[in-house]
Design a protein around this ligand. Sequence first.
Ligand SMILES: Nc1ncnc2c1ncn2[C@@H]1O[C@H](COP(=O)(O)OP(=O)(O)OP(=O)(O)O)[C@@H](O)[C@H]1O
Length: 606
Amino acid sequence: MIQTPLLADNRFAEHLLQHTPVSTFVLDAQHQVMIWNKACEQLTELKAETMVGTKQHWRGFYTEPRPCLADLLLDSTLGNISDLYEQASAFSAGTDICHTENWCLMPDGRRLYLVIDAGAIRNAQGEVVAVVETQRDRTEQRLMMQSLSESEQRISTILGSAMDAIVTIGPQQTITLFNAAAARIFRCAADFAIGQPIERFVAPACYPLFKQFIAFDSTAAKNQAWVPEGLSARRADGEEFPIEATFSPLEAGGQKLCTIILRDVNDRYLAEEKLQRLQEEKGYLQEVINDDHNPGDFVSGSKEMRAVMAQVRRVARTDTPVLLLGETGTGKELLARAVHESSDRSAAILVKVNCAALPADLLESELFGHEKGAFTGAIQQRKGRFELADKGSLFLDELGELSLSAQAKLLRVLQEQEFERVGGSETLKVDVRVIAATHRNLAEEVAAGRFRADLYYRLNVFPIDVPPLRQRLVDIPLLARFFLGKYAKKFAKPLTDIDPAGLEQLRQYQWPGNVRELQNVIERAVILSSGPWLEIAPLVSPRVHASALVQPLRTLEAVEREHILRTLAATDWVISGSKGAAAILAMNPNTLRSRMQKLGIVKSHG
Ligand SMILES: Nc1ncnc2c1ncn2[C@@H]1O[C@H](COP(=O)(O)OP(=O)(O)OP(=O)(O)O)[C@@H](O)[C@H]1O
């Protein structure tokens, strides 16, 4: 507070006020302008000679008469300030001084942000004799502050909505910025993370490498670096996860900072795995679609087959392995599908492997997969059928052909649901229900040392015997008519039924190839018949009385070998195709080839 009436006596003070670079005017107690200094002239573009002695000072700041801060102070009416300075962003007042800041619309149309201070001058008696008001133009700073805060807001919106974690670290390698995605990914609030050393959020094993990217003084860290893999971060709860990160060092305000933009690539890995799995499944399903072994409806009229179906229904809902026993072509694969489809796993797939179709070493890699370089030709990692069947079922056809080493692996999967890929050391876990089938007598195979006893007992928990067709005569006409309908439609033949003599022939026949053979016979007959009856050509070995079958006893292999050789001779060694040996033997051509290899059957030239 200034207490002397210096303006009248003190020329020096007046001189100072006149020349101070701050815009200033002074009013006397009657609101008349006493001083209108040079800076005020510049700010308002109004000359002192037109202002001094008048009460027109408002003209410097408003387009209409309005009290200035100095007037309010003189009249002690500061309470009205908010009516006058609507946009006042700061206001403070004591008895003799007051302060405000606000946007002013100058008479010449300029919009200025003025910081205004007013102070009362009292005489020795304490009476207010004058008021000094200063105005400082802070328009530029204010606009800068505004645009700074706008851009800060924009940046914080961008940071907040970014999908990736954005973390900035300062020279002490402590976190200075932690966006919302970082909070989500690291599972902790920004308040917790800011100020913490970055080391806390990096997997310890990766920290030395991490440091190289944020080491500000190393030349390597001068440029931005993108690290697509090999780094792992650590969440607040200690869980480690693989990341992909970009490190951007920068110098701001003399401080070395590093911004890390990172994302959790676990989800990507999972998505990639899922995609690969779906692609493999797609490939597998494509194979199934192309496979003419694809099952149609299941026909069962005999009490024997109804009993089999009842067993299928009973075991389907459990996770017990199922062993389907029966001669070739009896419908074991169809039943395996029925087990899978009636189980809780039906939403996943049933994967099939024919153990006789591949040599032992390839079969092992087919079942369990292999690592890149596991053997010559293993140019990349491949998942096996067990992995493909995860959460579903695996049908192992011709189980009796499995090598002893594959049997050991299979036993482990059955017991612990785990295995390693060929050439790999990583133990893989799967959840697979195994359904196996064989036409061999496994008990005999065990006795001969060709099949592991422990695996046999593990698989034999729920054996289902599928009777040969000759033991369920009721099914023969049912199946024959079913196949007639199917092939007549396929080949567009107007066939109504099977002629009675033919039907009788079908009943009499021995059916060594069971339903598959019947299916082939009907297919051939449909192709050859012109209608309306389906004519059945004489069948090769009519059904004979069991006693007539008695012959000197020989091994199964010897009989099998001789029979295959006879058939091959009859087809002139043609294996596949509708007239080939495989069709006659009602076998899959690949199965036949592998049997021939196993039995050492080769075509002699000469
Ligand atoms: N009850 C049935 N109803 C309809 N078709 C059947 C029936 N049983 C078998 N089939 C058909 O017979 C053919 C052979 O059946 P499947 O492949 O299931 O026999 P399998 O016992 O698994 O033979 P293999 O031991 O040689 O592999 C298939 O085309 C199948 O569709």
